[in-house]
Structure formats: C-alpha cells, structure tokens
Design a protein around this ligand. Sequence first.
Ligand SMILES: NC(=O)c1ccc[n+]([C@@H]2O[C@H](COP(=O)([O-])OP(=O)(O)OC[C@H]3O[C@@H](n4cnc5c(N)ncnc54)[C@H](OP(=O)(O)O)[C@@H]3O)[C@@H](O)[C@H]2O)c1
Length: 158
Amino acid sequence: HLVLLSRRGPEAPGADALVAALAELGARSTVLACDVADRTALEGVLARLRAEDDTVRAVVHTAGMTSDTPLADCTPEELAADTAAKTRGAAHLDALFEGVGLDVFVLFSSISATWGSGGQGAYAAANAYLDGLAAARRGRGLTAVSVAWGPWSGAGMA
Ligand SMILES: NC(=O)c1ccc[n+]([C@@H]2O[C@H](COP(=O)([O-])OP(=O)(O)OC[C@H]3O[C@@H](n4cnc5c(N)ncnc54)[C@H](OP(=O)(O)O)[C@@H]3O)[C@@H](O)[C@H]2O)c1
C-alpha cells in the first residue's frame, strides 16, 4: 500500500492515471493532500493510517522546491519558504517515526548539497540538511539513506 502525499494530492495532474498504473502493477495506492512541512497535517495522515490498521514500514521523502534567487537576495521569509518542504518535512517524519522500527527511510537529496548550484543556495542548504539528518539518524542506530541525485531528464524540477 503506497500512500502518496503532496500539497495538491488528488488534484495533482496525472494522479488518477498514476493510481491506475500502480494498480496494474499490483500496488494499492492512496493519494492524499498534505503539506509535509505542517506537522499537524502529517500527524493526521498517520492517525488515519493507524485507524485503518496500516503499519508504515518505509518512508520516502521526495518533497521539495527550488527557486533561482541567489542566497544574498533571499529574505529570511523566502529562505524559510524555499527550504521548508525538505528541512521541516524531513524533521517531522524523523520525529513522528521516533521509536518505530522502519525498514527504510529515504531522503531525496541533490549534488547541490556537496557542490553547490548556481542561484540555488537555499535549495543546496536544504539538501545538505537532508544529508546531515541521514547521518544523524544512522548515528542513533536508525535506518536512513540520503540519495545525492544529479539532474534527471524528462520530468521534474530540473
Ligand atoms: N529532478 C531532478 O533532476 C532532481 C535532482 C536532484 C534531486 N531531486 C530531488 O528529487 C525530489 C523530486 O524532484 P522532482 O524533480 O520530481 O520535483 P517536482 O516534480 O517538482 O516534484 C516535487 C514534489 O514535491 C511536492 N511538494 C513540494 N512541497 C511540498 C510540501 N511542502 N509538502 C508535500 N509535498 C510537497 C510537489 O507537489 P505539490 O506542489 O502538490 O506539493 C511535487 O509533487 C526533490 O526532493 C528534488 O530536490 C530532483
């Protein structure tokens, strides 16, 4: 059972087709609208799953956004908004699954965390946070991997 979260949820273009394609592959999926930076909203999703006797075994955090504003031109508010999905979202997931034996905790990071990326200072910092969170979780004896993707073609923010 895949539980797919994004702020638009079922309103995201292609959501219905994705659910149908996953069903053909044998997976049940549920698409929900949830801002992962909003801890209360995430708690609501987990409460709903618990009520349905669903046990979460794997967490894959892919939420993120980027902008082309150089760091020096970012206001604190813009910096917070540009990093929230990654930093707050991943921190909430880490905290909400404290004490739960997950099999998998995957974070979608980027080469920008290591090398930087022109005009994407906030994005690079947010990804560096993910790398640090994975290391911190492993230091606590918990599963975590932060994948430093390079740009992929065909879809997505790049
Ligand atoms: N594309 C690349 O080349 C590349 C390279 C390196 C790393 N990555 C990483 O891979 C991940 C996916 O990238 P992508 O290219 O597939 O990006 P994308 O097409 O822009 O997808 C990002 C997804 O995150 C969701 N999202 C954003 N903020 C959210 C929030 N606060 N709460 C819940 N969902 C949120 C968006 O949906 P809503 O707007 O509906 O919330 C969207 O579905 C990102 O973490 C990105 O940094 C991508």
